[in-house]
Design a protein around this ligand. Sequence first.
Ligand code: SAH
Length: 337
Amino acid sequence: MKDIRDLSFDEWRDELVRIGEPAFRAGQIFDWIYKKGATRFEDMTNLGRDLQEKLGRAYLVGRLELFGVLRSKDRAEKYVFRLHDGSRIESVLIPAGNRATVCVSTQVGCKYACAFCASGRRGFVRHLTPSEIVGQVLFLRDHIDTALTNIVFMGMGEPFDNFENLIKAILILNSPHGLGIAARRMTVSTAGIIPGIERFKKLGLQVNLSISLHAATDAKRSGLMPVNRKYPLEKLLAACEDYLREGGRKLTLEYVLIKKVNDGAEDAARLARIAARLKAKINLIPFSPVIGLAFEVPEEGRVLDFRRKLEAGGVPVTLRHSKGRDIQAACGQLAGI
Ligand code: SAH
């Protein structure tokens, strides 16, 4: 059985035509799935009995099974889903007034083993399918009152390591036949997988890109992020420049601030130079504690001081006080176990 939610609108239309159905049915069925939240063909009342049965024999409409919800003091919510193979994934809902951002996972576990992150500690299990990626957003849309305005691919996993499924999910979320979420309201975050940045650039999507930098020298970055040995800083920055030159939208550099590890004056000066070179904004994220890790959270004064140093270098900075720490839902705390 094929999951229709693994297909982009164009793929589904081609598929229907291939099985001898008129192309206009594709829009009707996508409407049922993405606008009305239907998961059973017998509920799609304008299709006719024969078509409902024919589709039911060959296709299914995947949906996620909720395992549990945790609500944090600061209103962030962690949704844990159990997949058909028993794996668990997590999505975080981050409300802001009457709007909300959803942080979605793209893999079960992660291959990249950044020293400060919970997701990599359990190792890699598998890629999520497009249906499982989109399913996280759909589930939330159908179960909460708040309007979902932004999608960030910053949950468990490395989006560019699951490139094709990520892009298909983006197309489905973006399509007017799908969820109709504007590309500019979506952000992909990468640990700096250069081939991914290059492929992403070629697609010319209007989706935002964030680079997880976290250190401004190779020695320090390789210590925190083993991926830096494969894709070292200078090559990464050159790939970013290339991305911008060829029309990519403004980049954001994420920087997890860890006490006495990367929060010194020299770190700030180097980071400011990199940001200036890329004309990028810096998103400063105070380290979120991870069970079993010895890294420490920097004091607020130290964080503000680091920010001032960057701003003095003329770099725009946003400070992300990551929500949901008390329920292990903050940046870097998603482990899906
Ligand atoms: N693999 C992608 C997507 C994960 S996004 C990436 O690396 O960008 C999650 C963001 O949270 C990344 O910037 C990640 O580096 C950051 N992060 C990881 N562990 C963290 C922690 N303990 N505290 C704060 N941020 C963390």
